[in-house]
Structures are given as structure tokens and as C-alpha cells.
Write a protein that binds this ligand. Structure first.
Ligand code: RAM
Length: 339
């Protein structure tokens, strides 16, 4: 009897050990997946949710990657710094960051890189020294100049224009706005004036209030440029609520799925954007190539980025994905179905 119990216990023990071994093996296999994080400006933004979809798509294609989507609740550098600190402790393999501040993140991203984590920025860049590669969705000059061209076509090259931006520290918006200021100095815009830049912080309620404030401050305002997906949607609502549809023209960088109604009804006559899914997809491929050592990220390196073809690393790690699309009432439905 006692012997049987001993034997039985031994069998159970072996069985349990077997299970544990089996679990250990599968954990080890899972652990082989590279943990690549997409760290965005803030959560609750449809643009970044589409970026996350692109990361998932790349992970499924690459097979060796777990794509992890993270962001602070508000678009602040502090929120991103806290998350990066925790990612260093967790020893993830790579982080792609859309930065809320080009310089404030540098100490913590340097710490991450010293710990062996590959860091790139995408969408909204980190300054040289704080990342290996910066992937811009498109040429910054082209994006900025195009915004002025789009609003000029809507206002008939006349009148006062205000900008409803994201945060005052956002790398991407600030750079585009600098190019807008350059563009508007051209002779064809002699009858136009850029009167103000206000910041909605990529929060829907603040962007709405800032857009209303702009229209109240400049009763003869002819147009608003909002180069942020959150801002342009809020500005469209504000224009309609203020009874300014057809009086204040609107353009910006908008997500077709969010803006279809306002583009089709003419509140926003035309606007631009690139595909955020492609941006998350491309960023994840770039991180994987850096983590596996396929590339170092030096100037001239050509990185294979799946269905997007290749990305060539430029000076100081800058790379560019493509050219923006322009959406209007005729084509927006097609794009709205995608992103
Ligand atoms: C918002 C964010 C993002 C920007 C887009 C156009 O979603 O500010 O960084 O690229 O707008």
C-alpha cells in the first residue's frame, strides 16, 4: 500500500515536472519573440490606434515580433518618460516613439539605448543623439507648404488664417508650422495673413475651445489650418457650432474615417494625411531590422520594410515614408474605409 502511494506520488511528481518543463519550454519559445513597443503621444487618438494596427500587421508578417502599444493619458513628455523608465526595467527589445518633446526625452532614451534597447522616433521626432533613426511620415517642408496651399485654394488666396495645433512642444507640428510661415511669404499669398497659432494639446475639448476662441478673437477670420487629426475634427465641430460654415474655411491633417462627414458637407473642403497604418507597419519593420542586427541605422543603410518596399536612412538617421494624400468630397469615402 505504502509502496503504491510512493510510486503514485512519484508518477504524479514526474507528470507535474513534465508539465512544468513543457511550460518552461513554451515560455522560452515565447520569450524569443522580440518585444517592440510603439509609444505614442497619448492614448485615445484614432490616428495612433491605426498606427497600432500597422504594428500588429508587421508583427504577424515578421513572425518573431510582439507589437506592444503604449502611451500616456495626456500628450506630455513626463508621461512618456515614466513609460520608458518602466520599459527599460522590463528589458524590451525596441521602442518606436512619437515624441511629445524632441529634447526632454533624450536622457531617458539614451539610458534605454545604453541598456541595449533600440530606440527610434516616428511621426514626431526626437533630436539627434536620442534615437537611432527618425521616421517622418513625409517631407516636413512639403507637408507644411501644402497646408498653406490647401487653405489658400479654399479662401480664394485671401484673408486671415489661424492655426489650431497640437501641443506647443510637438516636434512634428512645430516643424510643419515653420514651413507654413515660410510658404505664406510667397507673393501669391500677399492678401493672406497668418494671425495666430493656438494649441489644443491633441485633446478634443481644448482644441474645440481654442478654435472657438480663435473665431471670436478674429471675427473676420477666413480660414483655419489644423495640422493634427484631433484638432481638425474639433475645429470642424466648432465652425459648425459657431454658425461659421462656409465663412471660415478649414483644412489640416485629418483622419478620413473621422472627417468624412465634414469633408463631404463642405465644412472642410480639403485636407491631407498619410496612412497611419503604414507608419506603424514601417516603424515596426525598422525596429526589427535594428534589433536583429540586419542594419545599424547608418546613413545610406537600406531597410527592407515588407509591403512598403525599402526605406533609406538619410543624414542624421532621418528617413521618410512617402507623400501625403489629399482628400476631398470626391475621394474621402474610399479612404475612410481604410483609416
Ligand atoms: C495627431 C498627432 C500626430 C500627427 C497627426 C497628424 O494625431 O498630433 O502626431 O501626426 O495628428
Amino acid at each position: 500500500m505504502t509502496k503504491r502511494i510512493v510510486v503514485l506520488s512519484l508518477v504524479i511528481c514526474l507528470a507535474v515536472t513534465g508539465v512544468l518543463f513543457a511550460q518552461g519550454a513554451s515560455e522560452a519559445e515565447e520569450a524569443k519573440d522580440l518585444k517592440l513597443v510603439l509609444l505614442v503621444k497619448s492614448l485615445g487618438n484614432g490616428f495612433f490606434e491605426a498606427v497600432a494596427d500597422g504594428g500588429e500587421e508587421a508583427a504577424a508578417e515578421l513572425g518573431n515580433v510582439e507589437s506592444i502599444y503604449m502611451g500616456p493619458s495626456a500628450s506630455t513628455a513626463e508621461g512618456q518618460i515614466d513609460i520608458i523608465e518602466s520599459l527599460i526595467a522590463q528589458r524590451v527589445d525596441g521602442i518606436a516613439i512619437s515624441a511629445n518633446d524632441r529634447d526632454a526625452l533624450i536622457p531617458v532614451t539614451k539610458k534605454a539605448m545604453n541598456a541595449g534597447i533600440k530606440v527610434i522616433s516616428f511621426d514626431s521626432g526626437i533630436s539627434v543623439g536620442g534615437r537611432i533613426i527618425d521616421l517622418a511620415p513625409s517631407d516636413e517642408e512639403l507637408i507644411g507648404r501644402q497646408q498653406v496651399q490647401l487653405i489658400a485654394e479654399l479662401t480664394g488666396y485671401k484673408g486671415k488664417v489661424g492655426i489650431v495645433s497640437a501641443t506647443s512642444q510637438a516636434t512634428n507640428q512645430n516643424s510643419w508650422i515653420e514651413w507654413m510661415k515660410q510658404e505664406i511669404q510667397k507673393p501669391e499669398y500677399a492678401d493672406m495673413e497668418l494671425v495666430d497659432v493656438v494649441y489644443g494639446d491633441d485633446a478634443a475639448d481644448k482644441s474645440y475651445r481654442e478654435a472657438v476662441g480663435l473665431m471670436q478673437k478674429y471675427p473676420d477670420l477666413a480660414g483655419i489650418i489644423s495640422p493634427t487629426t484631433i484638432g481638425v475634427l474639433a475645429a470642424a465641430k466648432a465652425i459648425e457650432d459657431e454658425g461659421k460654415k462656409g465663412i471660415v474655411q478649414l483644412t489640416g491633417l485629418g483622419l478620413p474615417s473621422e472627417m468624412q462627414y465634414y469633408v463631404e458637407n463642405g465644412t472642410c473642403g480639403q485636407m491631407a494625411l498619410w496612412n497611419p497604418i503604414d507608419l506603424g507597419y514601417t516603424s515596426t519593420f525598422i525596429l526589427e531590422a535594428l534589433v536583429t542586427g540586419a542594419v545599424e541605422g547608418k546613413e545610406g543603410d537600406v531597410i527592407q520594410v515588407g509591403r512598403m518596399g525599402t526605406v533609406t536612412v538619410g543624414k542624421d538617421g532621418s528617413s521618410i515614408m512617402g507623400t501625403p494624400f489629399v482628400f476631398n468630397a470626391e475621394n474621402i469615402a474610399t479612404y475612410a474605409a481604410m483609416f
